[in-house]
Design a protein. Structure first.
Length: 255
């Protein structure tokens, strides 16, 4: 078993590679991130004027929205390339109340405490210690979003079969609920089902597929992957991946 530093370095390398094709912030009130933040607001979470910690912030798709409401946002991610994208978009938007910290969640440390701790779809929160840490840094509210089943990508399905890969089952929503139940912490759980439809260039989709397969330990043949993705080319020349998801937003108050 590798050390914490070795594990973090592997995670950083993977997510830095994913940053090449990772989605970035999109304006609008009708996209996925806007909808999820509406769920939070409808269940009593008010980010206005608050100090927010965004755990596993990625490229900042939520961070930038939160910063428009919050007093300040501290954005933490293991991947320095993800944070570079976030800072680039923040500068272009004239947003100046975001502080970025390049760190794995296990290694994160700060003397500051935050009104709201926000963690969306991050593999950084997978142990009891990492869940407890969310509580430690929150003074008011924790907002956690996790998968509650496999993510079913139409593009990746055939590649998993070809390379003999069993797709990961993501139980972090169920695990979080079980942990909260064990501690006697009341919470609100909001299930959300849907499908992500993402159009990419051929090169970007191949890059995403190869990076994902390598994370499973496979060494994919790029020529095979290139031939595989041709089935997902639409009339406009874009390559469209559709991913079914089941997500839960879990909200609880710091006691």
């Amino acid at each position: 078993m590798g050390t914490v530093d070795e594990k973090q370095q592997k995670q950083r390398e993977y997510w830095n590679a994913r940053s090449r094709t990772f989605p970035r912030f999109e304006e609008g009130d009708n996209n996925y991130e806007a909808g999820m933040l509406r769920h939070a607001a409808e269940n009593g979470v008010d980010f206005n004027g608050k100090r927010v910690l965004d755990v596993g912030c990625g490229s900042g798709m939520y961070t930038l929205r939160l910063a428009r409401m919050a007093e300040s946002v501290t954005a933490v991610d293991v991947a320095d390339e993800m944070l570079r994208l976030l800072r680039e978009d923040a500068a272009a938007m004239g947003i100046t109340n975001i502080t970025t910290t390049c760190s794995g969640w296990d290694g994160f440390s700060s003397d500051e405490r935050f009104d709201i701790v926000f963690a969306s779809m991050t593999p950084a929160v997978e142990s009891d210690e990492s869940r407890e840490k969310l509580m430690q840094y929150a003074t008011e509210t924790v907002v956690f979003m996790g998968f509650s089943d496999r993510m079913l990508s139409d593009v990746m399905q055939g590649l998993h079969e070809h390379y003999g890969i069993a797709p990961k089952i993501f139980n972090n929503a169920q695990d979080m609920r079980a942990w909260l139940d064990g501690k006697g912490v009341p919470y609100t759980a909001i299930p959300v089902k849907g499908q992500w439809v993402v159009a990419k260039s051929r090169e970007d989709l191949v890059d995403t597929c190869v990076t994902t397969l390598r994370d499973y330990g496979a060494e994919p043949d790029p020529h095979f992957v290139e031939a595989h993705v041709e089935a997902f080319r639409d009339e406009s020349g874009q390559y469209v991946e559709r991913t079914d998801y089941v997500i839960e937003m879990i909200i609880w108050q710091k006691r």
